[in-house]
Design a binder for this molecule. Structure first.
Ligand code: BGC
Length: 514
């Protein structure tokens, strides 16, 4: 009875459009915003397993790592080390809240530009770091950059894309994230082999490259028709819509954008309004989707794959290599989502990916448990270690076509214009908060929960899969400004949506009351 809670997708419209080079190029450039996030996600894990880096900034961890008698589960447990990784996410959380105002008042592209700019400065601090303070200040600046970019880019892509292809276009953000991760792991693989401090400096400093790319990209990008209307540039908005849709016949879509904007003007305080009952589905989804995305446990792999592989007894070079392999698999599998999300829909991918992650997590936990036991001592044979890597790849593939891209797509497409920026800020900050928690707690959790950690995340995957099955209606092919119809038709959320939010736009309502 998948989808049984919704009769059929309401609100689907068939606006006129051609797939123009302009929309393709703008979304391609817009998606660069994901690169800075991805580069950072991918670089930290490798850098924190480089000996010269640990020796320079975290000598205690270095000593522990060298101690062959240390319990395998606890070799890397250090709060200061995890603070290095996770400080960025706290900064991103805070900046996404400011970014929501800039995105709404000045347009999406200026948030992207600011994101690139602060990330650039942060990369310089990190590349030239002389002490922990410089390292942490750099991380915080990088975090500001990520917050701005993640707040604005998914919304930008969802607004630019033709409704029938919104999923595919928006997934470009996740493709860019994973591309950033893979490039970072490859760079780490080479820099880890350099003698002295130069290796980690190159790894951290090269973050300036994606930063410059998004800065230049943001300067040349046009703003979305939705944002232009929101800021009063109605004529420009129409021309923009005509040029990205490749036709002059855009009246129906344009009218829907205008109606949505009229309605949104009645809302003066997006932050207060999002608490109103009629926005309950969006509020719940923008809190729970990012929460669940992080509770899949994906970032245990993203941040700590090299550390995890070393824990499994791989050498340091083999660990970085395995991390590279999982990254490449994630990249390839994200394309599965790009090509299917608008055909099969969001729900099918969420549910299938969830089940795949669940099975592989249980298998990984069981194998590590059998090999290392609770004591965390012992050795793992080559073939078993390879089997674990294969299971990790199956898990990562499941995430790559479900919670990875959809965790950014769905929150960016479900909110009406009047609360969209605020809702996306909530999405980013909840995501960053739990990214921070996982990053901060993982090594300690591994040390205490041991292989049970994998069962912990598996438990959440069960809950989130049930949540999607029951609570998330299908949103494929529904124009972003028509989404209320989907909520209205849902067995649970329907009662929160007033009739007038669906039947007519504000302009029509006004006409009626005259
Ligand atoms: C998530 C990140 C994750 C990345 C790569 C993104 O969608 O938000 O937390 O690290 O995918 O797996």
């Amino acid at each position: 009875m998948a989808g049984g809670f919704v009769s059929q997708t309401p609100g689907v419209r068939n606006y006129n459009y051609k797939l123009t080079p302009k929309v393709f190029v703008t979304c391609f450039i817009g998606a660069f915003g994901g690169l800075i996030f991805g580069y950072d996600l991918g670089i930290s894990g490798g850098v924190t397993s480089m000996e010269p880096f640990l020796e320079e900034f975290f000598p205690d961890v270095y000593k522990k790592m060298k101690n062959a008698h240390e319990n395998e589960y606890c070799r890397f447990d250090s709060e200061l080390l995890t603070l290095f990784t996770s400080s960025l996410y706290v900064a991103a959380l805070i900046s996404s809240l400011f970014a929501s105002t800039i995105t709404r008042v000045f347009g999406r592209k200026w948030s992207m530009f600011l994101g690139g700019f602060t990330f650039f400065i942060g990369s310089a601090f990190n590349g030239f770091a002389q002490n922990i303070a410089m390292l942490l200040i750099g991380r915080i600046l990088l975090g500001f950059g990520v917050g701005f970019a993640n707040q604005s880019v998914p919304v930008y892509l969802s607004e630019m894309a033709p409704p029938n292809l919104r999923g595919a276009f928006n997934n470009g953000f996740q493709v860019a994230i994973i591309f950033g991760i893979v490039v970072a792991t490859i760079i780490n693989y080479f820099t880890a082999q350099m003698k002295g401090n130069i290796g980690w400096r190159i790894s951290l400093g090269l973050a300036c490259v994606p930063a410059v790319m998004i800065m230049i990209g943001a300067l040349i990008l046009p703003d979305t028709p939705n944002s232009l209307i929101e800021r009063g540039y109605t004529e420009e908005a129409k021309q923009m819509l005509q040029s990205i849709r490749g036709t002059n016949e855009v009246d129906e879509e344009f009218q829907d954008l205008i109606d949505a904007s009229e309605e949104s003007k009645q809302v003066k305080h997006p932050w207060k309004n999002i608490l109103l009952p009629r926005y309950r589905p969006q509020l719940i989804m923008t809190c729970f989707i990012p929460f669940f995305q992080q509770l899949t446990g994906i970032n245990v792999i993203t941040f700590y794959a090299p550390v995890l592989f070393q824990t499994l007894g791989f050498g340091s070079k083999a660990s970085l290599l395995s991390a590279m392999v999982t990254g490449i698999i994630e990249l390839l599998c994200t394309f599965v989502s790009v090509f299917t999300v608008d055909r099969f829909g969001r729900r099918v991918l969420f549910l299938q990916g969830g089940i795949q992650m669940l099975i592989s997590q249980i298998a990984i936990g069981a194998m590590i448990g059998v090999k290392f036991g609770v004591a965390g001592t012992g050795n793992i044979g080559k073939s078993d270690a390879n089997l674990i890597v294969a299971l990790i790849c199956i898990y990562v593939a499941g995430f790559a076509w479900s919670w990875g891209p959809l965790g950014w797509l769905v929150p960016s497409e479900i909110s009406p214009l009047e609360i969209r920026s605020a809702a996306q800020a909530i999405n980013v900050s909840v995501n960053m908060f739990f990214t921070f928690l996982v990053a901060q707690l993982f090594l300690t959790m591994l040390c205490h929960m041991k292989f049970g950690l994998f069962f912990f995340f598996a438990f959440f995957v069960v809950i989130m899969t049930i949540f999607i099955y029951m609570m998330l209606p299908e949103t494929k092919n529904v124009p972003i400004e028509e989404m209320n119809r989907v909520w209205k038709a849902h067995w649970f959320w329907g009662k929160f949506i007033p009739d007038e939010a669906v039947n007519m736009g504000a302009a029509e309502m006004q006409q009626k009351s005259v």
